[in-house]
Design a protein around this ligand. Structure first.
Ligand SMILES: Nc1ncnc2c1ncn2[C@@H]1O[C@H](COP(=O)(O)OP(=O)(O)OP(=O)(O)O)[C@@H](O)[C@H]1O
Ligand SMILES: [Mg+2]
Length: 238
């Protein structure tokens, strides 16, 4: 299982300090091809900071990030995207004044060609927004805006798709739809999902990593994590 070929991305002693706060502290993390990995942990644990180090939004204070066998620690965001790391973030990042189509096309960052039109339609169809392709993004419901963000992340056909709290603020039925969608996407993309909703984690994740005060305190399958006394103490609260 733990062969080099199976590993899509790993970090070596990666750390990020913010004015003395060790937001991420010496993290050694591995994600395998084709898994859905949940990253959980209390508020302020360092989850967003950690995935920001993977996609290049911020640079590490120390340590390395290796993706597909290449050290990408010093690559800027756009190069990591073209290498195959896609992401959507906690804070909505769509352009409200642009249409649904334009937002996805921008995420692909190509000229307006037929090929682009096809891929935009394809991802919008997957997330169920094809009939809103000409709509102004700011006029979409909140749930549809989150789906648009997902479409923007998928549009680059990433090898690794990082989702930071994608279900936050969604209704129960939207969450059910989201779970199916992620399962569907995961047949072609490895997923790293930051998620507070434990029902979502338990129903779609293959494995879970738990971050606490900037450190990974547990890694494993769902049962291992649920029964881990350190995790229960630190996070699950029982
Ligand atoms: N740009 C920044 N400057 C200074 N401190 C920061 C910055 N970003 C994050 N931090 C601090 O780093 C720590 C980790 O924050 P982070 O946002 O990564 O946590 P999180 O696990 O994503 O939390 P949440 O579940 O609330 O989203 C916190 O103490 C936070 O205040
Ligand atoms: Mg966060």
């Amino acid at each position: 299982m733990d062969t080099v070929d199976n590993i899509l991305l790993y970090t070596e002693n990666v750390s990020k300090n913010f004015q003395g706060i060790k937001a991420v502290n010496n993290v050694n993390f591995k994600i395998y091809k084709n898994e859905i990995r949940a990253l959980i942990g209390p508020n302020g644990a360092g989850k967003t900071t950690f995935v920001s180090l993977l996609c290049g939004r911020i640079n590490a204070t120390a340590g390395r990030v290796v993706f597909c066998g290449e050290d990408i620690s010093n690559l800027p965001v756009f190069e990591r995207i073209s290498n195959g790391i896609g992401y959507t973030f906690q804070i909505t990042s769509i352009f409200f004044n642009l249409t649904v189509y334009e937002n996805v096309a921008l995420a692909i960052k190509k000229d307006s060609t037929n090929r682009e039109e096809n891929s935009v339609s394809e991802v919008l169809n997957k997330v169920g927004l094809l009939d809103r392709i000409e709509q102004r993004s700011g006029d979409l419901s909140y749930g549809h805006q989150r789906l648009l963000e997902l479409a923007m992340g998928m549009a680059q056909k990433p090898k690794l798709l990082i989702l930071d709290e994608p279900t936050q603020g969604l209704s129960d039925s939207e969450i059910e739809n989201f779970k199916k969608l992620i399962k569907d996407i995961s047949s072609s993309t490895t997923i790293l999902l930051i998620e507070h909703n434990m029902d979502v984690v338990m129903s779609i994740a293959d494995n879970i990593s738990v971050l606490h005060f900037g450190e990974i305190i547990a890694d494993g399958d769902k049962e291992t994590i649920q029964n881990d006394p350190i995790v229960q103490k630190a996070y699950l609260g029982d």
